[in-house]
Design a protein around this ligand. Structure first.
Ligand code: FHN
Length: 502
């Protein structure tokens, strides 16, 4: 049936900007055909080389912690699950429909009166994060419900007015900083419980007055966080989708300038604001808004080209969705250490960081699964640190896993073997005209030498060279392992290598 023009126009109209944006995320991104004037575009220096941004690129592994009042119910209430009624555990305040408890909103908005995490110990969290190999933390100061984990003087809805009373943000910043882990503060702009948070574009005088008050409040809280916790390295903004905030592009532009003036090395991602045409993450000319691309949430770029050279990180939950504590995870797939290793090394192979989220319970405990993951992953990152942190993308694909190359020694190439070949022969392919080729190889964790041979397999016409690295038959590897390949000058290295006996 031929669609008439109206129908097609209607269909296009239904294509909300979000769906268009979604189309951008994993497919090739076309820069706009022609550039337009953008007054409120990016503020930061592109491809910063200051020490803070250099450190950001080497973080490799980050830890996200979502903690707040939503941790008390843990995605259920009186044994009834919120799975059917709220989009995620930290959104449980929005629980609706037939499963929602009577008077739920009132129940939730009084939870602060029982917030008293008896087992919370930031020092333990920080020590365990260090053990896991975490280099930066993103910690929720305030999520969409507006409850502040610091004693903000601009709100009554804070930890100071809970039985716990003490400043949680300070304890976390101090404990993680002492462990040498950089801290970024997550800050939700949208605030469900704030009557001044007008989400649509303010029209009436009352809406305008309220939203103006909200903008001032938001700015005051951000400046307060910078003053209270000067050692933080950046902000991780969220909840910046309301039309009212999108429409406040001059305010947000100037606010970002002020935050950066207070700390010139501050790192702010692309989710904070948009240009005057409403373009978020990237301005209307496709230029990144912020110091790194912050849109890779529970998804990964298909290849490095999509990233267009921008810095980025990927944030991921352990359960399918749900950033806050989930008491009952029955029936949910919880990511394993192997899943995390794959996501981590995929990110690293494309010059990105991988940030795994943890949702402590209402008493401040990490779950059994989270603790096992911390221990297991920590052993792996410790044994393979050289191939994880101070590395960058190497322009070769591998069917066995992911390449990373040392930033300090371009002849140290690492292959993370996710898929061990059944014949234990890693047949590595290098373009024929490579100046550097494999000269020797070891298992990174044991430093055990591996046999490396030239493999003249007669595919000469494909303009490639082949090298066989032999994995010892007796290598018992429970999980992925790294092979460190020393590259040598093509001329000398090739002569030294024996021919692989095919
Ligand atoms: O709505 C939030 C969600 O609760 C969670 O905080 C994630 C974490 O990146 N950010 C938003 C969803 O994109």
């Amino acid at each position: 049936m031929k669609r008439n023009k109206i129908q097609i126009l209607l269909m296009l109209a239904m294509l909300s900007p979000l769906s268009l944006v979604k189309a951008q995320w994993t497919g090739k991104r076309e820069k706009p055909a022609k550039t337009i004037d953008v007054k409120y575009g990016t503020i930061t220096r592109p491809n910063r080389t200051d020490s803070a941004m250099v450190a950001f690129r080497n973080y490799g592994l980050g830890q996200f912690i979502h903690w707040g009042l939503y941790a008390i119910p843990g995605n259920e209430w009186n044994g009834i699950s919120a799975r059917q009624g709220a989009p995620a555990s930290e959104w449980i305040r929005t629980w609706g429909g037939p499963t929602a408890p009577k008077n739920w909103l009132n129940i939730y908005d009084n939870l602060y009166k029982q917030f008293n995490p008896k087992n919370f110990d930031a020092k333990i969290w920080a020590k365990r994060a260090k053990e896991m190999g975490v280099k930066y933390l993103v910690f929720t100061t305030k999520h969409h419900d507006g409850f502040c984990l610091w004693p903000s003087k601009y709100s009554d809805y804070t930890v100071a007015n809970s039985p716990y009373k003490k400043d949680i943000v300070k304890q976390v910043v101090d404990a993680y900083t002492e462990q040498g882990i950089d801290v970024f503060l997550y800050f939700s702009v949208t605030e469900w419980t704030n009557k001044d948070c007008v989400t649509s574009i303010p029209k009436t005088a009352d809406e305008k007055a309220r939203f103006d008050r909200f903008l001032k409040y938001t700015k005051n809280q951000l400046l307060e966080l910078q003053t209270n916790y000067p050692r933080i390295k950046g902000f991780w903004f969220d909840g910046t989708w309301d039309r009212s905030w999108v429409n406040s592009y001059e305010f947000t532009y100037n606010l970002e300038k002020e935050l950066r003036k207070n700390n010139p090395n501050l790192i702010i991602g692309s989710r904070f604001r948009n240009d005057e045409h409403g373009s978020r993450h990237f301005d209307s000319n496709g230029v990144l808004l912020g110091d790194y691309e912050q849109g890779w949430e529970r998804k990964m770029p298909a290849n490095i080209d999509i990233l267009d050279g921008n810095d980025w990180d990927c944030v991921m939950t352990i359960p399918p969705n749900g950033w806050g504590y989930v008491k009952n995870t029955d029936g949910m797939y919880l990511k394993t250490t192997d899943d995390v290793i794959d996501l981590l090394m995929r990110s690293r192979s494309m010059n990105g960081n991988f940030v795994l989220n943890f949702g402590p319970d209402g008493d401040g405990n990490m779950s059994k699964h989270e603790n096992e993951l911390i221990t297991d992953l920590g052993k792996w990152t410790k044994a393979n640190a050289e191939g994880i942190y101070n590395v960058s993308h190497f322009p070769l694909e591998s069917k066995y896993g992911y390449y990373t190359v040392s930033k300090t020694d371009s002849t140290s190439l690492f292959l993370t073997v996710m898929n061990r070949p059944v014949n234990n022969i890693l047949r590595v392919v290098f373009p024929k005209n490579s100046k550097l080729i494999p000269a020797s190889a070891i298992l990174l964790d044991s430093q055990k030498d591996l046999i490396l041979k030239k493999a003249n397999i007669g595919f000469d016409r494909d303009q490639n060279m082949y090298f066989d690295i032999i994995i010892p038959e007796d290598l018992q590897s429970k999980r992925a392992f790294l092979v460190k390949i020393k590259l040598g000058n093509a001329k000398t290295a090739e002569d030294k290598l024996m021919d692989a006996k095919i």
